[in-house]
Design a protein around this ligand. Structure first.
Ligand code: KIV
Length: 248
C-alpha cells in the first residue's frame, strides 16, 4: 500500500520537481476510486455546490454541507491528502469564525487540511488557523467566491498592476504559513512567475503547465457535468452520455 500523503509529502514533491495531481471528490465511492487511481490530493471543493447540489455558483454552500461531504470522503480513508474548502462566509467575517470553522472541518469532517480563497487580507486568518495546527492551502486568481466582486468569471492578473498584486499576495500567503497555493484562471506566464517566486508548490487550474501540479473538478474531467465545460478542461470520458444511454 502506498504511504499516506501528508502536507510534508506535497512539499517534498515540489523539492524533487515531481508533479502534484489533485482532483475533487465529494462522496465515499468516488473518493475511493479517485484514491485507488493514485491522486496525491483529494479536494472536497465548494464546487460541490454546483455539481452535487445544483446551485448556480459556490456562494450558497454552508459549513454543514461541507462537513457532510467531507465526512463521506474521509470514510474512504484515502491515502491522498484530504483537503476541504472553507465555504463563503465561513472565514471572511472574523479570525475567530475562521479558526472555529476550520476546526469543524477537521474535527467533524475528518479533513487533514483546509483551503481558503484570498490574498494578503487573509494573512491573520491563515496564521491563526496554522497556529491551531491545521495546514492551509491558499487560493488566488479567479477565486469563485469573489464572483460578484469580479463581475463574472474573468481571468485575473492580466495587467501589470494586478499581476504584481498577485505575486505579492502569493508571497504573503507563503509567509503566513500556507503549504501550497491553488492558482486559478490566470495567464500562463504569470502562473510560471508565481511558481518560480515561491518555495511552496503551486497547483493550477486554468493557469497553464508552469505550475507544480494541476487540480480539476472530477465531474468536468469525466464529462459528467456537461451543462458547460471551462475552456481549459480536458475531458477524459463522456460519462453523462454513457449514463443516459445505459439508463435508456
Ligand atoms: O471548489 C473547487 O473545486 C476548487 C477547485 C476548482 C480548485 O476550488
Amino acid at each position: 500500500m502506498r504511504p499516506k500523503t501528508t502536507k510534508r509529502t506535497i512539499l517534498d514533491m515540489r523539492s524533487r520537481g515531481e508533479r502534484i495531481v489533485a482532483l475533487t471528490a465529494y462522496d465515499y465511492l468516488t473518493a475511493r476510486i479517485v484514491d485507488e487511481a493514485g491522486v496525491d490530493l483529494i479536494l472536497v471543493g465548494d464546487s460541490l455546490g454546483m455539481v452535487m447540489l445544483g446551485f448556480e455558483n459556490t456562494l450558497p454552500v454552508t459549513m454543514e454541507e461541507m462537513i457532510h461531504h467531507t465526512k463521506a470522503v474521509a470514510r474512504a480513508r484515502p491515502r491522498a491528502l484530504l483537503v476541504a474548502d472553507m465555504p463563503f462566509m465561513s472565514y471572511q467575517a472574523s479570525v475567530e469564525d475562521a479558526v472555529r470553522n476550520a476546526g469543524r472541518l477537521v474535527k467533524e469532517g475528518g479533513a487533514e487540511s483546509v483551503k481558503l480563497e484570498g490574498g494578503e487580507r487573509y494573512v491573520p486568518v491563515i496564521e491563526a488557523i496554522v497556529h491551531s495546527s491545521i495546514p492551509v492551502v491558499g487560493h488566488l486568481g479567479l477565486t469563485p467566491q469573489s464572483l460578484h466582486q469580479f463581475g463574472g468569471y474573468r481571468v485575473q492578473g492580466r495587467d501589470a498592476k494586478s499581476a504584481e498584486l498577485l505575486l505579492s499576495d502569493a508571497a504573503a500567503l507563503e509567509r503566513a504559513g500556507c503549504f501550497a497555493i491553488v492558482l486559478e484562471g490566470i495567464p500562463w506566464p504569470l502562473a510560471g512567475r508565481v511558481t518560480e517566486s515561491l518555495t511552496i508548490p503551486t497547483i493550477g487550474i486554468g493557469a497553464g503547465a508552469g505550475t507544480d501540479g494541476q487540480v480539476l473538478v472530477l465531474h468536468d474531467l469525466l464529462g459528467l457535468f456537461d451543462a458547460f465545460t471551462p475552456r481549459f478542461v480536458r475531458r477524459y470520458a463522456e460519462l453523462a452520455g454513457e449514463i443516459r444511454d445505459a439508463v435508456a
